[in-house]
Design a protein around this ligand. Structure first.
Ligand code: 5RP
Length: 222
């Protein structure tokens, strides 16, 4: 199977995973990216079973609406059973690097509200150590250079993602060559730099379940 076929298989598996738990009041948390898009397309097959969704980006919100799925503001939702999203990297502890699509802040917010975070990924994303993928950091525009200098002190090589403005009006620094011994520690440390909105380490709140697309089928890892 190609990588795209594996992504489609995980999207379908995620829709099947949550389907028995959906009812008329259910709101589903939906992530961002090409794997999340596969989930949205699979979820649309079951749109008569639930109320609507909250989305971690304008792009996903638009795709949901295009399928006729109502999209709610997170502020009007108090219970979210599931958040389903992809990852750029994931390790055996289900800690992730996310934000390749620049949606990391909203992804982290929706994930914080959800009871269960289901990560969907093809097998190329599962690694023993995080950090080959440059770590995205969302920054307030006026703090970009200051934050970059602080990230250099942490041993990284930040690169400004030119031409990209997040849904929140901020910039992204992609930090190369970080040595990530403890993802929890580094996530906390980077969060403390003034001007950082979020960083793409999802270790303080990792995924609860990984649906991993492999050549032998979709594996469920908890
Ligand atoms: C977007 C993300 C995505 O989940 C991540 O980039 C993976 O994307 P894809 O499924 O396209 O490989 O974090 O901000």
């Amino acid at each position: 199977m190609t990588q795209d076929e594996l992504k489609r298989a995980t999207g379908i598996a995620a829709a099947d995973y949550i389907r028995p738990h959906l009812d008329d009041d259910s709101i589903v948390g939906v992530g961002t990216g090409s794997t999340a898009n596969c989930f949205i397309d699979a979820l649309a097959e079951h749109k008569h079973l639930f109320d609507g969704a909250v989305a971690s980006s304008e792009a996903s919100a638009q795709r949901l609406r295009d399928h006729g799925i109502p999209v709610y503001d997170l502020n009007s939702v108090s219970n979210l059973d599931f958040y389903i999203d992809g990852a750029d990297e994931i390790n055996e502890h289900l800690e992730m690097i996310k934000g390749g699509g620049a949606a990391l802040t909203r992804e982290k917010i929706v994930a914080a509200v959800a009871r269960e975070f289901i990560c969907i990924a093809d097998e190329s994303k599962l690694l023993s150590r995080l950090g080959a993928f440059p770590l995205p950091v969302e920054v307030i525009p006026m703090a970009r250079s200051y934050v970059a200098r602080e990230l250099v002190k942490l041993g990284g090589d930040p690169v400004y993602r030119e031409g990209v403005v997040t849904d929140n009006g901020n910039y992204i620094l992609d930090v190369h060559n970080l040595s990530i011994a403890s993802a929890i520690e580094l996530e906390s440390k980077i969060n403390q730099i003034t001007g950082v909105v979020t960083n793409g380490l999802f270790a303080l709140r990792p995924a609860d379940v990984l649906l991993l697309g492999t050549q032998n089928g979709v594996q469920t890892i908890k």
